[in-house]
Design a protein around this ligand. Structure first.
Ligand code: OAD
Length: 235
């Protein structure tokens, strides 16, 4: 990449592709989650109102599954970069798993929420959660039986957008890893980055819907191309 020596501040966007090799299904691949389930049923406020049991069971299963998975070499490399990088660095993940954190990354923001919180719709408090919600357990803060997954559904606003745009305004490089570029506003961040004059790099298994917006792209499995890129930028 040209001008890598000039890079001080970095924003990294990650998606399901970074966790795929840990054994967590992506959404839009063949056999992915959105082929097995209708988005409208399990990932919208309307679907939850219509059939809360179906939705709670779906997220209970996923919450249980991610706790059996381990970070892979891509999470490890990004955690290493987070630790070693002297400038600002922010990992913005669309993933609701905690594999970046378990690999050791500290500067991580979950724009689509996390499986490991329960959100009380009565008192608005979010509590760490590893168990199930299907049996309508009481909220640890207010005792109401009104907990839902703390996951952003279609039609809801992603979290911490102001912080994300703030970090982008200070950054020199935007890197997108393992995301299809199908879901906004995450998919639009590359265009915001370009308008702000950032260098842009895509690391993905294959060209994504958004590839043409990136100044450079590298294709291959995340466990291979992410560690390679991290070694390069740190050297
Ligand atoms: P997708 O499933 O849409 O895209 C995953 C991307 O990762 C694809 O471009 C794959 O080619 C790529 N990929 C797959 N395996 C890979 C590997 N081993 N190494 C590198 N890349 C790989 O997942 P996201 O883009 O994360 O939102 O999806 C975005 C949002 O759509 C999700 O956060 C979720 C979903 O609906 C909500 O639920 C709100």
């Amino acid at each position: 990449m040209a001008g890598m020596a000039d890079i001080r501040n970095i924003v990294i966007l990650t998606g399901a592709g970074v966790s795929a090799e840990s054994g967590i299904d992506t959404f839009r691949s063949e056999g992915g989650l959105w082929e097995q389930h209708r988005v409208e049923d399990v990932a919208t406020p309307e679907g939850f109102a219509r059939d809360p049991d179906l939705v709670l069971r779906f997220y209970d299963m996923r919450r249980e599954a991610i706790q059996t998975k381990q970070p892979n070499a891509a999470h490890d490399a990004l955690a290493k970069l987070d630790e070693a990088w002297n400038g600002e660095l922010l990992i913005v993940t669309q993933n609701v798993d905690d594999l970046h954190e378990r690999a050791g990354a500290e500067r991580v923001l979950h724009m689509h929420g996390t499986h490991l919180n329960a959100w009380c719709t009565a008192c608005d408090v979010r509590s760490p959660w590893t168990g199930t919600l299907i049996e309508r357990p009481p909220c640890p803060a207010c005792d109401s039986r009104a907990l839902r997954p703390d996951v952003v559904w279609f039609g809801e606003m992603p979290y911490q957008m102001e912080e994300i745009y703030g970090a982008l305004r200070q950054a020199d490089l935007f890197v997108s890893i393992g995301t299809s570029g199908a879901v906004y506003p995450a998919a639009g961040l590359v265009r915001d980055a370009r308008e702000l004059g950032l260098q842009t790099l895509e690391l993905n298994l294959e060209p994504s819907q958004g590839s043409r917006w990136f100044a450079s792209s590298r294709h291959g499995p995340a466990t291979q191309i992410v560690p390679e890129w991290v070694e390069e930028i740190l050297s």
